[in-house]
Design a protein around this ligand. Structure first.
Ligand code: 2AM
Ligand code: CA
Length: 264
């Protein structure tokens, strides 16, 4: 078994272990803090979970780099070698307010190439896995290629309401047009789950203006394995070291969606 394959085998085990610990810890009182503003939450469970992964990875794979949302590990400035890109809890606001609809997200990259993406829906106990060149799976069952025929009129689009009100990043009037055109919109509040749902074929696209690498790393691999595409909203490639505005969808509507997204 190659070393990165071995890392993936461990990741599958650890992500489920971490999920079980979150389900246990959330039944006890825990500390909640805000980060940038009142919508941006972090709990001690986010931090504990990130620490759990860093400890395990450093113990088994001391020369791998780990990029995590809570910054428990080192700062990662290059994607050389093997890099684990981890969001210990994606959808922290859901975690705190709804106690569901959150996920652990792990992408394993080698020299900048995404090889393994794991997204664990903790309360559903569903594990989504994308393996570069070998398909996408939910709980071990292969996911079908997504529908490439689906038109915008027939599409369900994941988008946060925030991008449909006047905002600094996007021309909201184009988003109004888009909302009128599509079959429906959804907001799940966890980027990782939006990617997983695209891979599963239950939504057709996800548009958002600010995601960090740990929100995207696993989902991008997963979606590519069912024939989807993830780019910045101008159609250019995702930068896995910085923040990105993101458009993820099937290939058929990707181009038409680009025409509705006009950055300010
Ligand atoms: P988080 O819960 O891990 O912070 C919510 O719409 C989705 O966007 C979640 O996946 C959330 O991740 C992410 N998100 C919210 N605000 C963000 C920000 N300022 N930068 C990066 N990702 C963000
Ligand atoms: Ca997070």
């Amino acid at each position: 078994m190659s070393e990165v394959n071995n890392a993936f085998e461990h990741a599958k085990k650890w992500i489920q272990e971490a999920g079980a610990q979150i389900r246990e810890q959330m039944n006890q009182p825990f500390e909640i803090n805000t980060k940038k503003d009142h919508t941006d939450l972090v709990t001690e469970i986010d931090k504990n979970t990130e620490e759990f992964f860093i400890h395990k990875i450093k113990e088994h794979f001391p020369h791998h780099q780990v990029m995590g949302e809570e910054g428990v590990g080192e700062e990662v400035t290059s994607l050389d070698g093997t890099v684990w890109i981890i969001d210990p809890i994606d959808g922290t606001l859901n975690f705190v307010h709804q106690r569901r609809f959150f996920a652990i997200s792990i992408g394993i990259y080698v020299d900048g190439e995404g090889l393994y993406g794991l997204i664990y829906d903790v309360m559903e106990d569903s594990l989504y896995i994308g393996i570069k060149g070998k398909g996408a799976y939910k709980n071990g069952e292969r996911l079908a290629a997504i529908n490439q025929e689906r038109t915008l009129e027939d599409a369900l689009i994941g988008i946060n309401n925030f991008w449909a009100i006047p905002n600094k990043r996007l021309d909201e009037t184009k988003i109004h047009e888009l909302v009128r055109k599509v079959k429906g919109t959804r907001s799940y509040g966890s980027a990782a789950l939006e990617f997983a749902f695209i891979a599963e074929g239950i939504i057709d696209a996800y548009i958002t203006m600010r995601l960090a690498p740990w929100d995207i790393a696993a989902g991008k691999i997963l979606v590519e394995e069912v024939g989807g595409i993830t780019t910045k909203v101008d159609g250019s490639e995702i930068d896995m070291l910085n923040g990105n505005p993101v458009l993820c969808s099937n290939k058929a509507i990707h181009q038409s969606l680009l025409t509705f997204i006009k950055e300010k």
